[in-house]
Design a protein. Structure first.
Ligand SMILES: [Zn+2]
Length: 137
């Protein structure tokens, strides 16, 4: 068994340090570009951010508008909310969304997808293979 341990050690030492470091970092998403027009708040880089998150716009919109307790619609590449909000408010909500629905709780990486199986929702991680049950948005 000693030899086996040695091989394992060698294998571990050959993994670039970066592979471990990166997993602890926060998922980087661009700053939210928000424009308030009258009584509506336009999230202008909505499309760009949902592409990075690899989630459907409908799902993210539903979560964010639910958390802001307002109505939201998607118009072109914008998400538009009724009411005046600040980009900080939306960033806070988006961060909660990412923590609950994007970051794998096992390995901390954002390489995930969601799936629905017989009425239950799961977060599937392509980095470590974990399957975590989540609440529906
Ligand atoms: Zn994972």
């Amino acid at each position: 068994m000693d030899d086996y341990e040695k091989i394992l050690d060698r294998a571990r030492s050959q993994v670039p340090e970066d592979a471990f470091k990166r997993s602890g970092e926060r998922f980087q998403v661009p700053k939210i570009q928000l424009m308030v027009q009258g009584n509506r708040s336009m999230w202008q880089n909505f499309q760009e951010i949902i592409m990075i998150l690899n989630r459907s716009g409908k799902e993210v919109l539903k979560y964010v508008s639910g958390q802001l307790a307002t109505a939201g619609t998607i118009e072109g590449s914008n998400a538009i909310f009724n009411g005046k909000f600040t980009s900080n408010q939306i960033e806070d909500v988006l961060e909660r969304y990412i923590d609950s629905y994007v970051i794998c709780p096992v390995c901390g990486r954002p390489d995930t997808d969601t799936s629905k199986e017989s009425g239950a929702y799961y977060l599937l991680c392509s980095a470590c293979g974990a399957r975590t049950s989540i609440r529906p948005v």
